[in-house]
Every structure is written in structure tokens, then in C-alpha cells.
Design a protein around this ligand. Structure first.
Ligand SMILES: *[C@@H]1O[C@H](CO)[C@@H](O)[C@H](O)[C@H]1NC(C)=O
Ligand SMILES: *[C@@H]1O[C@H](CO)[C@@H](O)[C@H](O)[C@H]1NC(C)=O
Ligand SMILES: *[C@@H]1O[C@H](CO)[C@@H](O)[C@H](O)[C@H]1NC(C)=O
Ligand SMILES: *[C@@H]1O[C@H](CO)[C@@H](O)[C@H](O)[C@H]1NC(C)=O
Ligand SMILES: *[C@@H]1O[C@H](CO)[C@@H](O)[C@H](O)[C@H]1NC(C)=O
Ligand SMILES: *[C@@H]1O[C@H](CO)[C@@H](O)[C@H](O)[C@H]1NC(C)=O
Ligand SMILES: *[C@@H]1O[C@H](CO)[C@@H](O)[C@H](O)[C@H]1NC(C)=O
Length: 567
């Protein structure tokens, strides 16, 4: 080999080496399919959409990740801030279920909606509104550190039926940084409403205060553990946070001796029920699946007033009684055990119980709230009950974490019970709710079932709802990522642990029809992540004024969500 060739070879190796050491960003686009209510992204054993974490290599780079009703799903637009030009997110061709339209044509300052099925050329035009948003990085609020969904009995059952490759794509889609980077799961202690039958530990023998038959984990939990271990491997996770909650005690501990209906814990079993929780922590730890947090019990009002509507496993508590149990039994039992570091969350019920639930607890046992590390709330009445109740509770207990621990759509009489495949509106409900909660000091959000089947089940009470991922349980060869999945992902994927909310102010909503919302964060690497939602059927101009970067202009398409990243 001549010297020149050797040199070339060396240089080539050097360049190749440099190339290989740089992470090449994964970008596998959504396989979009039109469905009954919009469009979904289809994954099968050999194909699924992923997006690697965008890198902000230099200070002038801005990356906008976009999803839209018309079919964008985590589409990246990369811009240069030093050019001073607006960043324009190009949409897919405009369609709408209410009218077929050729296009939204945007010229300098007007949006033209060209309707295709009207014989004469008719244009409806509207000025493109400009919304000004101030981003004040110096004003910092809570951290966000928890994102996840629930690993219910139904989820475990459905996953088990799928080929391994498809299971792995579900794990990767949810928990890997190329997916939406969840870090937490919620699971029930015993059964919940999404199980194939109601169950608890130590159902037999009855009246057994020693819990003599609660010596090993149930096969259903062992299956979940195997699946969660696989999940951690596939998603390359060192730590998976697990939040656990019980829906009901075994029937013999309850006043009505039934799984559901009006029933509470008998006071002679208060300590037994605390020991039951500790037993679960010990057995999970022994399987190397330590529990990160527990709650005082799922939706305690279901067994007190909610039983007219709720026919699944539940156990009633009044706040006064629960304070006694927490203060005299559960709290000391956990804190004096080897599992004293496990966090305890209170309430785990709807917004309308805030803040009075906690005031009543305090009136019953003055010290009871000191056992709580956090407040857990479910989203089911969020559209009717404003965030003020939560804000009040946060003001009274500013040091306690605030988590949403359950959300899904389809539970209400006026909603489709079950999935609406492709529904953008359902995704928008999530987008509005996440935005609102994070603007009101929430530290994280746990969604309900990770996956459901086409009917929105299965479970023992035929309670059918929607989920971010729907599996085809008949063919077992594909699953569908709903718009809801991307709505959540616009937050979870781009907000690594210890991201901190910063102040964002909508300076002017240009008219009544402008539906725009924003929430902003500073990420641990110092970069800014803004989540912006355009809810109107028209494009919008956004004029950002960042306290360190000055003006940044964006043009965003109709009915779309964006995560805007810059340093
Ligand atoms: C999986 O989806 C991809 C992309 O649509 C397709 O090319 C491939 O044929 C599918 N594989 C199977 C086994 O259906
Ligand atoms: C035009 O659109 C309207 C609204 O969707 C629909 O009812 C009507 O049938 C369409 N007309 C034609 C000619 O396609
Ligand atoms: C212990 O629980 C198992 C599973 O529910 C049950 O089959 C068994 O009969 C119970 N043992 C006693 C002594 O009750
Ligand atoms: C996040 O905030 C909560 C509530 O204030 C606090 O308990 C927790 O320690 C914080 N986490 C981090 C990582 O700063
Ligand atoms: C499930 O797969 C079967 C077979 O490919 C197909 O006929 C059916 O439409 C799929 N279900 C959904 C909801 O797409
Ligand atoms: C909002 O701000 C933009 C940019 O300053 C301005 O062009 C627009 O007229 C404002 N709209 C209203 C209603 O104040
Ligand atoms: C941008 O915000 C700064 C304060 O952070 C303010 O002084 C300045 O006037 C704002 N610029 C515009 C164009 O609103």
C-alpha cells in the first residue's frame, strides 16, 4: 500500500469512526390509515413509527414537532433562528368531515378556504390571526417528572395474546425515548374495573386477620411482572416507577361483603388492610419490582355515593374515616417498615372532592395529612369542574406533589362507549386537559389503560372506553396509535424528568374563535419546550417573545399541536 492510500484509508476510518459515534436520529414516519373517525397510525410486527429525540446542536436551531388533524404525526420542521424568517409548518392537504375542501390557501395575511364540491368557485376567507406569546424563562414553577399509563389486568391479558414483536412495539412506543418516553406505570393491588373478574389477595380464608394466605403474588401479577421486565429491556429503562392502588379489599373485610355497592372497610380490619398493602410492597420488592408510590385507594366515593352508577370493584371511604385509617394504621405501618420511602398519595378521586376532602381529613385526624407525599386526582369531570378546586388544595398544601392518576374517554352517557378510531377531538380533549393541569402545578399525569381492544375492553362489567393504543384483537397482527397517543406524547416525549414549567403568557387572543393554548417548560439541558395547541379550523401566526431570545415567529396549520424546542 502506498503512503497516500494508507493516509486515505486512515482518514476514511477516522471519518467513519466519527460518523458512527454520532447518534443517527431515528425517524420512521407514521403509516397513516383513514378510519371511522379520522386517521390512526398503523403498526405491525415489522413496521411502527418512531422519532428519535431531536438534538439542538447549536443555539440558532429551532425544532418544531407537529401533529395535525389532517395527518401530521410528530413531523419535524427544523429552522434557523438567526435568519429572522418565520418558521412555517406545512400541513397535509386539508380535509374535514363536515365539508370536503380542496385546500386552505394562505397568502401574506389571509387564509382562503376553497370548497371543492360547490360548482361555482367560492372562497371563504378570514384574516390569519396573530397571537402573541411571551415566554419568561426566569419565572419558574413546578417540575414535571411523571408520565405513564395503567398496566391493568385487561392490558396484561391483551398483550399476552399478541406476537412478541407486536408486544415489543407497544412497549417501545410507550416507554422508549424514540416512542413517547413514559417512565411510570399504575397498577392495581388485586383487581380493578379493567380485569376479567374481580379479585383480591387472601379472599380465602375469610376473617383471616393474619392474612395467612397472602404469601405469594397471584399468577396475574406474576404475568404482569414478566411483561414489565420485558418492557424495561425493550425500552432500555433502568428504572420503571410503579404506582399501586387497591380498588377493594377482599369481601370479608367489607361492611356489605360484596365487591361493589355501598360498602366500607370494617373497622376491625383497619390494621389488616394496612398490613395487606405492606405485604404487596414486600412481595413486589422480592421480585425486583419495587413500588414507587401507593394511594389510599381508588375513587373512595364510589362505595359511598357513586354506587348508583359504578358497578365495578370499589370500596367506600368518607374523608373522616380514611383519615383515621391513614393516621392510625396505613401511615405508621409504611413509615415504620423497610418500605418507608414509598410515597403515599391521597384522594385518588375526582376534582369535585377538592379541597374539602383534605380539610375533612384534617378535622378528623389533625396529623393525617402529614403522611401524604402527594395528591392524586382523576380527570373525569374536568370539563365541568374548573381547576380552581385543585388550585385551592395546592395553595393549602404547596409541598405535596400533584398527579393526575387516571384519564380516559367514553365513560359518559353522552359519549361513544369504546374507541373512536382516529378521533382528533378526543386527542384535543387530552391536549386541553394536560395543558390546563400543567398550568395548575401538576407534576405529572398517568393515563388509564395502555391498550384496549376494538370494543374498548374486555372487562367483567362490559365497561367500554377509549385508549391511546387500540390493538386488533381479532387479527392480532396490528395495532393503532390514536391521536390521543400523540397528544400525550407532545408532553411526555419532550419533557425529561426534572423539566420545570416556566411562565408563558398569551398576550392577545385575537378574536372569540381563536382557540390557542400554550404551556412552557425548561428542560434539564437548559432548552425550552413550548407545547402550543391551535384548536381552530384556520392557520394561526404565533409571535413569540422569549425573554432571552427575543422574537420568534411561527405559522401553524389548522387543528394542530406542536412542541417547539430551542435553546
Ligand atoms: C407491515 O406494515 C408495512 C408498512 O405498511 C408493510 O409494508 C408490511 O407489508 C406489513 N407487514 C405485514 C406482515 O403485514
Ligand atoms: C357537498 O358537501 C356537503 C356537506 O358535506 C354534502 O352534504 C353534499 O352532498 C356535497 N355535495 C356534493 C355534490 O358532493
Ligand atoms: C388460599 O387461596 C387460594 C387461591 O385463592 C385458594 O385456592 C385456597 O383455598 C386458599 N387457602 C385457604 C386455606 O383458604
Ligand atoms: C418535584 O416537585 C415535587 C413537589 O413540589 C417535589 O416533591 C419533588 O421532590 C420534586 N422533584 C424533583 C426531582 O425536583
Ligand atoms: C382487524 O384486522 C382484520 C383482519 O385484517 C380487519 O378485517 C379488521 O378491519 C381490523 N380491525 C380494525 C379495527 O381495523
Ligand atoms: C395581537 O398582536 C399582533 C402582533 O403584535 C397584532 O398584529 C394584532 O393586531 C394583535 N391583535 C389584537 C386583537 O390585539
Ligand atoms: C419582549 O419582552 C421583553 C421583556 O421580556 C419586553 O421588554 C419587550 O418589549 C418585548 N418585545 C415585544 C416586541 O413585545
Amino acid at each position: 500500500m502506498k503512503f497516500k492510500e494508507i493516509l486515505q484509508c486512515f482518514l476514511f476510518a477516522l471519518i467513519a469512526g466519527v460518523g458512527a459515534s454520532q447518534e443517527i436520529q431515528v425517524e420512521i414516519p407514521c403509516n397513516l390509515r383513514e378510519t371511522s373517525h379520522g386517521s390512526v397510525c398503523v403498526c405491525n410486527s415489522t413496521y411502527c413509527d418512531y422519532l428519535g429525540q431531536p438534538e439542538l446542536t447549536d443555539n440558532s436551531k429551532i425544532v418544531v414537532i407537529s401533529s395535525s388533524k389532517d395527518g401530521l404525526r410528530f413531523k419535524q420542521t427544523v429552522g434557523d433562528l438567526s435568519s429572522g424568517k418565520p418558521i412555517v409548518v406545512e400541513d397535509q392537504p386539508f380535509t374535514d368531515e363536515n365539508f370536503k375542501a380542496d385546500a386552505i390557501v394562505v397568502d401574506e395575511n389571509r387564509a382562503w378556504l376553497q370548497l371543492s364540491n360547490i360548482s361555482q368557485r367560492l372562497f371563504i376567507n378570514s384574516p390569519v390571526s396573530t397571537v402573541r406569546i411571551s415566554v419568561k424563562r426566569e419565572k419558574r414553577f413546578q417540575n414535571v417528572s411523571v408520565f405513564g399509563g395503567a398496566f391493568t389486568g385487561t392490558v396484561s391479558h391483551l398483550l399476552k395474546k399478541l406476537p412478541t414483536e407486536l408486544q415489543d412495539h407497544i412497549y417501545k412506543s410507550y416507554f422508549h425515548p424514540d416512542g413517547i418516553a413514559y417512565n411510570t406505570i399504575r397498577m392495581s393491588i388485586g383487581g380493578c374495573d379493567f380485569d376479567l373478574e374481580p379479585w383480591a389477595y387472601n379472599e380465602l380464608p375469610r376473617n383471616d386477620k393474619k392474612l395467612s394466605n397472602f404469601t405469594a403474588l397471584d399468577p396475574r401479577d406474576l404475568q404482569k411482572i414478566e411483561q414489565m421486565k420485558r418492557l424495561k429491556t425493550v425500552a432500555k429503562m433502568d428504572e420503571l416507577k410503579i404506582m399501586a392502588a387497591a380498588w377493594s379489599a377482599p369481601t370479608w373485610m367489607k361492611s356489605n361483603e360484596r365487591w361493589t355497592g355501598f360498602g366500607t372497610l370494617r373497622s376491625e380490619y383497619y390494621q389488616t388492610w394496612a398490613n395487606y398493602h405492606l405485604k404487596f410492597l414486600e412481595l413486589m420488592q422480592a421480585k425486583n419490582m419495587p413500588i414507587w408510590a401507593i394511594s389510599t385507594g381508588n375513587e373512595p366515593l364510589n362505595g359511598v355515593i357513586g354506587f348508583f352508577f359504578v358497578h365495578f370493584m370499589s370500596m367506600g371511604w368518607t374523608p373522616w374515616q380514611q383519615a383515621i385509617w391513614l393516621n392510625d394504621n396505613l401511615g405508621p405501618t409504611i413509615r415504620n417498615s423497610a418500605h418507608s420511602q414509598v410515597l403515599i398519595f391521597g384522594n385518588d378521586d375526582q376534582r369535585y372532592t377538592y379541597p374539602s376532602w383534605f380539610r375533612k381529613m384534617r378535622s378528623s385526624r389533625g396529623n393525617s395529612l402529614s403522611y401524604l407525599d402527594g395528591l392524586a386526582v382523576h380527570w373525569y369531570w374536568d370539563e365541568l369542574i374548573g381547576p380552581q378546586t385543585i388550585e385551592q388544595a395546592h395553595t393549602e398544601m404547596p409541598d405535596k406533589m400533584l398527579l393526575n392518576t387516571e384519564s380516559c374517554i367514553g365513560d359518559k352517557p353522552w359519549q361513544t362507549h369504546g374507541p373512536e378510531l382516529g378521533s382528533w377531538q378526543r386527542g384535543e380533549s387530552y391536549m386541553r386537559a394536560y395543558t390546563q393541569d400543567f398550568r395548575y402545578n401538576f407534576n405529572g399525569w398517568l393515563d388509564w389503560n395502555l391498550v384496549l381492544d376494538e370494543q374498548g375492553g374486555p372487562n367483567y362489567i362490559n365497561n367500554f372506553v377509549d385508549a391511546p393504543i387500540i390493538v386488533n384483537a381479532s387479527s392480532r397482527n396490528e395495532f393503532y396509535k390514536q391521536p390521543i397517543y400523540y397528544a400525550i406524547g407532545h408532553f411526555s416525549k419532550f419533557l425529561p424528568e426534572e423539566s420545570v414549567r416556566i411562565e408563558t403568557i398569551l398576550e392577545n387572543q385575537t378574536n372569540l374563535f381563536t382557540q390557542l393554548s400554550v404551556v412552557g417548560f425548561q428542560r434539564p439541558d437548559g432548552s425550552v419546550a413550548l407545547i402550543i395547541y391551535n384548536g381552530q379550523n384556520l392557520p394561526v401566526e404565533v409571535a413569540l417573545n422569549d425573554s432571552q431570545r427575543g422574537a420568534i415567529n411561527l405559522r401553524l396549520p389548522p387543528r394542530s399541536w406542536h412542541t417547539v424546542l430551542y435553546k
